[in-house]
Design a protein around this ligand. Sequence first.
Ligand SMILES: Cc1cc2nc3c(=O)[nH]c(=O)nc-3n(C[C@H](O)[C@H](O)[C@H](O)COP(=O)(O)OP(=O)(O)OC[C@H]3O[C@@H](n4cnc5c(N)ncnc54)[C@H](O)[C@@H]3O)c2cc1C
Length: 458
Amino acid sequence: MHQPLEGESLAVDLLRDELGDAVSFASDILDSARRDKSGYESPSAPLAVVTPRTTEQVQAIMRIATQTRTPVVVRGAGTGLAGAAVAGDGEIVLSTLALNKLLEVSRDDELAVVQPGIINAELNEQLAPHGLWFAPDPASRAISTVGGNIATNAGGLLCAKYGVTRESVLGLKVVLADGRLLELGHRTVKGVTGLDFTALMIGSEGTLGVVVEATLRTRRLVSGPVAVISATFTSVEDAARASAVITASGLTPAVMELIGESAMVHISDYLGLGHPGGSQLIVQFDGPGALAEADAALTSITSLGGTAVLSGDRAEGERLFSLRRSFHPSIARLGTVLIEDVCVPRSALPAMFAAIGDIERRYGIVIPTVAHAGDGNLHPNFVFDGPEVPDTIWAAADEMFLTALRLGGTLTGEHGIGLLKRRWLRDELGDDQIELQRQVKRVFDPLGILNPGKVFTA
Ligand SMILES: Cc1cc2nc3c(=O)[nH]c(=O)nc-3n(C[C@H](O)[C@H](O)[C@H](O)COP(=O)(O)OP(=O)(O)OC[C@H]3O[C@@H](n4cnc5c(N)ncnc54)[C@H](O)[C@@H]3O)c2cc1C
């Protein structure tokens, strides 16, 4: 077991003195902070888990961390898929779960002010009586925090039309590594004063500061008809081609999800449904033009060999999306899962699916894949036994990442870099940009105590 060093013991004493019962050393609580939902597990437990109830307490934690040079891992709900919220030896975990209030709703200005630990779906339940909603809808919306969504710039099913988290954040309050409180951004729709530090914080994975409050852009609840198409294709590449054609024709689906054949088999088994075979494309349109847009999409789908059913029933749409949301649990029971997250230009989706098929054949593995096809974001999944990722899986993943980059894409559409994608960061960013990013990190966190080792290698 790790014996606390001198600075660590001091940090623990100071935390106890200043934060009292907000500090926990319970072994089950320390142990749960060793993992997120990526399958990665830190080899040891952190020093303490601190659950502040006020911004002042967050500032106190960061002042103590700076004074004692103790690393801090900020943690929301721990549902991340990149190992970014896992903590270990000599680290303090700062849990945001008690900072979970909706502080203000303004229907007139279409905004809401929240604390970071509020759960995404609970925020939306509280916004609904005001006729408003917060658009980012990760498939983990029932279990992930808005602070975590901001720190990972989370996407979701509706992001093709309504944008990722970045498009729904107007301003942030952030506690810096030394305990100072910054107010970033604005409550206005526009705002270009100075450098855009709000954007810099979004997706920074707890490496630059602790988000303690967020002013969110909300939207009016969408009323009127919805139209949902459920289409089956014999080949996943044809399904991907249909999605690319729908995008290229200027239609704006609210949701366009693709479920590859092996993914569909696992979902059907998990839910106890009969599986007719083939890949599934689910396309939903909303708003006044929903039915006309769906008719046009249907024509494209059938001309590309899809068998499709069009429904105007909201409940049918929800049923189809619950199939999609069952994907993660359906494969989590098969073994250890490495969930990947590449994103390519939407026109390149068919080529990316073809490349995944080629990798499957050459490595003799199956890579169940789903995609937010409306924004070109694929989740190829690698399933294996035991805690260590086998070398063949890393080699197959390596080819997949490099293919995505070659097609003009990116390593991660929404899950972030964390610990698990660091080895490919240089392939995408290049030496100069990595060095600039490290320098920015040092400006915000000169002692390197915020989530050390995440995103950037030492
Ligand atoms: C079943 C399932 C489905 C998922 N579907 C999606 C999806 O569709 N789209 C998607 O984008 N992701 C998805 N995810 C991944 C995950 O839910 C998201 O990354 C989510 O945004 C993480 O939120 P969290 O509260 O769990 O954050 P955590 O996992 O606790 O933390 C994630 C990162 O954010 C940092 N962080 C958290 N709170 C703060 C804060 N207040 N200030 C500064 N840094 C902070 C942490 O340090 C860490 O780096 C899914 C995960 C699961 C398990």
